[in-house]
Design a protein around this ligand. Structure first.
Ligand code: PSU
Ligand code: MN
Length: 326
């Protein structure tokens, strides 16, 4: 009953493209038609990446950050089986409030099942990229992507985000990958997948490690400004490579976490995950929650600060790209 009334409401307020089975909010549709800058945002961070109420608060702040920097935010998720681009505040709240067992962490492989069953889900980086590309949004901001897990070369726990970056042409603006992962192997895998990886305003191409500014890894290219980033994206679009771009933005220095405290929490969280036999898609949410608890919320504060900064940078890049295209 509830689902059908929700469907009717949505049918009345949105355009439903039967070809793509994706519902696009009118503001986003209008911006895309007018070639105005749009920034895609994911929703697994809301459903599985952060606790209540920080998840909803952050999702709304991030949208404001995109707007403040001149672009239109398009948060992507799945509501009652409808893939939705530009979730409303009510829909964001609905996703955030649902018990976790009722909302699916939805990557590429999960999309057919969640849509068929009329379920709700938070889209991961991989799934958000797929949907963003389908509706013509080339720029997407998030906190961090999934990667090669520590020991991933043995367990084969390698996030589908990395493969997606190899096959879907969307530029992901993020703070790299969390040091819960194996950052050098993640970068190797991205290289194998042909993903153009650059840093943003990071001297010497020092790749960030999410909570701190320096992972100890370097990438070959640095983009000093939004204008440089937009020029790179323009060339990438003209080449039509069909693979993604990853732009690593270091967390603002004033919000960076203490590396040794984070490292200790990560070691402990990884050991707990192993001891409790956590596997598959549950690993990343488990680690994120445990690290937040072990650092008494400091990791969460850093996470919020960096995703807000990434959204602002992504909006600035989207504005520069829109100028180049006009
Ligand atoms: N990394 C974070 N926070 C997150 C995620 C990753 O710091 O919330 C989420 C993203 O949605 C990402 C997903 O796409 O977890 C990766 O999950 P997995 O490792 O299971 O592929
Ligand atoms: Mn995994």
């Amino acid at each position: 009953m509830r689902r059908s009334s929700c469907r009717v409401f949505r049918a009345l307020t949105r355009t439903f493209s039967t070809k793509q089975q994706i519902v696009v909010h009118p503001d986003v549709r209008h911006a895309l038609a007018q070639k105005q800058p749009v920034v895609a945002l994911e929703s697994t961070i809301i459903t599985h990446g952060m606790p209540m109420p920080e998840n909803v608060e952050t999702a709304l702040l991030v949208e404001q950050d995109v707007r403040r920097n001149g672009a239109v935010p398009a948060t992507i998720g799945i509501i009652d089986g409808c893939i939705t681009v530009g979730l409303t505040q009510e829909e964001l709240m609905e996703l955030a409030r649902k018990p976790r067992e009722q909302v699916i962490k939805c990557s590429r492989r999960d999309l057919p099942y969640v849509v068929k069953m009329g379920q709700s889900g938070g889209t991961t980086v991989a799934a958000t990229m797929i949907v963003a590309h389908r509706v013509g949004i080339p720029i997407f901001a998030t906190g961090g992507i999934g990667g090669v897990h520590r020991e991933g070369h043995i367990t084969l726990d390698v996030s589908a985000d990395l493969v997606e970056l190899g096959r879907t042409p969307v530029a992901v603006i993020c703070s790299g990958v969390k040091s819960i992962l194996d950052i050098p192997r993640t970068l190797e895998y991205l290289e194998t997948q042909g993903v153009c990886v650059a840093t943003y305003a990071s001297e010497g191409g020092v790749f960030p490690d999410f909570y701190t500014r320096d992972s100890g890894c370097k990438v070959p290219y640095n983009l000093p400004t939004a204008e440089h980033a937009a020029q790179l994206l323009r060339a990438w679009q003209q080449l039509n490579l069909q693979s993604g771009v990853l732009i690593g933005v270091p967390i603002p220095a004033e919000h960076a976490a203490d590396k040794s405290a984070i490292d200790a929490a990560i070691k402990q969280a990884n050991a707990e995950a192993l001891a409790q036999g956590i596997t598959g898609k549950d690993v990343t949410p488990f680690l994120l929650a445990h690290i937040a608890r072990l650092t008494k919320g400091r990791s969460l504060q850093a996470n919020i600060a960096l995703i807000r900064n990434n959204a602002s940078v992504a909006a600035q890049i989207a504005c520069e790209l829109a100028k180049e295209q006009s």
